[in-house]
Design a protein around this ligand. Structure first.
Ligand code: NOJ
Length: 564
């Protein structure tokens, strides 16, 4: 099919990221080249051909900087060094070269709300050494009485007492991740220098970790004890956040060609829309999380009675708002902090292939720059954890401990349930390359257990099967590249009240695409509310695509794209 249409956009000098599909790599779990059980940079280099085959335009690399690894790299001890377990700077340079040779750009993770407590800045700060003494939030006072009632996102108080400095320090994540004091201009200058350093080395963009938390209000006031975690309303979207982002933009992020996407938990669609609309904060995109929080927000207290049920009409409502209110959305269905998309939104057993390919169709036909999480392109799904000992994730462990202390959970079964519902390790199990030992991820012992279904779900098997989830991703990424309406077209929701069908139109000039998704395990008939005469079937996730959409009964998790 000739899907290319000349549009006025063709003549514009587009930014590269508007037409990109981005692939997120969680390096610890991607591919281990040296047998130590942990993924590494050379392991990624070995698989750049896989990324190229998939057709992605950029890679977002979760942190590979030097780190004690309490939060798997989201605790940095040296911003300018690569952690030994991932290799060395020369390996990173080789990776950039290999990616760039194939026209794939590299986006680095920027963890700038906090450092590791092993960072030299913190070590000097706790010793009271100038100018580092004011690099973090320190408060003197009674060692039994934290300075305010803020709680950490990872469970427990957001303050820890340091015996060396004889003062409290703030950490909105783990106690090993002290928050940088962004009020201090020296901190802001140091961070800008770090960004310039990576930029000069060839980085094409940045994902700002925990961006919504870097500004805290004057006086650090107590939070409402009924919010979970207490204080989050104060330590999200603080009063000087815009000013800090603007300063970074002026210093470095505003440079032509650099793409910046901000991770913003605890952010409404309205707020995300404002950040993206702003001309001065340097943010091209914001990750807004309402859709992935639809089942059960990861921030809620654990409720063993709560069900995982979610409602398709509510999902449509959220995604439609993201698609229509945010100037340039960043659609995603998974990342390293979330359950696997096919387990959350699909049926990872009976309709594994169908629902994983439906999700691919959804993600890759939305407006904006889609982000594909590693493993989703082969339909990797949640693991089955039996007990806490199988868990590595600092957040799961921290929250289990605080729920146990609060008496919310006590039995082994409740712990097992919590872990399976909430653990970020579902997304972190090793990438499944083959049906061989440890799924071909490592020759050693993997740092986290491999998902049991690797013999069936793996890259090698997917490559050999023309109807695999992988084949579908490749086809859709190609289609997106050649059909501008999927990238830029306006999004219009059809049938908002339908409980099974999620259908929408994308329109650009004279060109219209219609996407029909039967997001259920039962057949569903599409009575089109818009004219579909002469519709051409472009592609679908069953081998025979229904030739016309109107009046067609779509099969379980069937997804089809039409050109109207
Ligand atoms: C968000 C990251 O995605 C997550 O993995 C990390 O634990 C926190 N920020 C703290 O850096």
């Amino acid at each position: 099919m000739d899907t290319h249409v000349e549009t006025s956009e063709d003549s514009l000098d587009r930014e590269w990221w508007t037409e990109a599909v981005v692939y997120q790599i969680y390096p610890r779990s991607f591919n281990d080249s040296d047998g130590d059980g942990v993924g590494d940079l050379s392991g990624i280099v070995e698989n750049v051909a896989y990324l190229d085959e998939l057709g992605v335009d950029a890679v977002w690399l979760s942190p590979v900087y030097e780190s004690p690894g309490e939060d798997n790299g989201y605790d940095i001890s040296d911003y300018r060094a690569i952690d030994d377990q991932y290799g060395e700077l020369a390996d990173w340079e080789r990776l950039v070269e290999c990616l760039h040779d194939r026209d794939i750009r590299l986006i680095m993770d920027l963890v700038i709300n906090h450092t590791a407590d092993e960072h030299a800045w913190f070590q000097r700060s706790r010793a009271g050494e100038e100018p580092y003494d004011e690099f973090y939030y320190w408060r003197e006072g009674d060692p039994a009485e934290p300075p305010n009632n803020w709680e950490s996102i990872f469970g427990g108080p957001a303050w820890s007492y340091d015996d060396q400095r004889e003062a409290w320090y703030l950490h909105v994540f783990d106690e090993s991740q002290p928050d940088l004091n962004w009020r201090n201009p020296d901190v802001r200058r140091e961070i800008a220098d770090v960004i310039s350093w990576w930029r000069e080395k060839g980085t094409d963009g940045f994902r700002i970790d925990a961006a919504s938390h870097i500004s805290k209000p004057e006086g650090l006031p107590d939070g409402d004890p009924d919010t979970d975690p207490t204080g989050i309303a104060h330590y999200s979207h603080g009063p000087t956040l815009d000013a800090y982002l603007e300063e970074l933009t002026e210093r470095t992020l505003g440079e032509a060609g650099v793409m910046t996407v901000a991770e913003m938990g605890h952010t409404t669609v309205e707020q995300a829309a404002e950040y993206v609309a702003s001309e001065s904060n340097g943010l091209e995109m914001v990750f807004q999380f309402d859709h992935v929080g639809i089942g059960d927000s990861p921030e809620d207290l654990f409720d063993p009675e709560a069900s995982d049920e979610w409602d398709l009409t509510a999902l449509k409502d959220i995604v439609t708002r993201q698609q229509t209110e945010i100037a340039w959305p960043a659609p995603f269905l998974g990342n390293h902090d979330l359950p696997r998309a096919v387990s959350l939104f699909g049926d990872d057993e009976r309709y594994h292939r169908e629902s994983a390919t439906l999700l691919a169709t959804f993600l890759l036909t939305l407006r904006g720059t889609p982000f594909v999480y590693q493993g989703d392109a082969i339909g990797m799904h949640n693991a089955e954890f039996q007990h806490l000992a199988e868990i590595d994730d600092v957040m799961t462990i921290g929250r289990v401990e605080s729920l146990q202390e609060a008496g919310v959970i006590d039995s082994r079964e409740e712990v097992r349930q919590f872990v399976n519902e909430r653990s970020r390790d579902h997304a972190r199990t090793p990438m499944q390359w083959t049906d061989g030992k440890h799924a071909g991820f490592t020759d050693g012992s993997p740092w986290l257990k491999v998902n049991e279904r690797y013999t069936e779900i793996n890259v090698e098997a997917a490559r050999a099967d023309t109807h695999s989830v992988l084949a579908h991703y490749r086809e859709l990424i190609d289609l997106r590249h050649e059909w501008a309406v999927l990238v830029d077209g306006d999004y219009e929701l059809l049938l908002p009240e339908d409980e099974q069908l999620y259908a929408y139109r994308r329109t650009l000039s004279e060109e219209t695409a219609l996407i029909v998704l039967n997001w259920s395990a039962e057949p569903a008939t599409f009575e089109s509310p818009v004219p579909t005469d002469g519709a051409d079937a472009v592609t679908g996730n069953y081998t025979d695509v229904p030739s016309t959409p109107d009046g067609t009964t779509f099969r379980p998790y069937e997804a089809a794209i039409y050109r109207l």
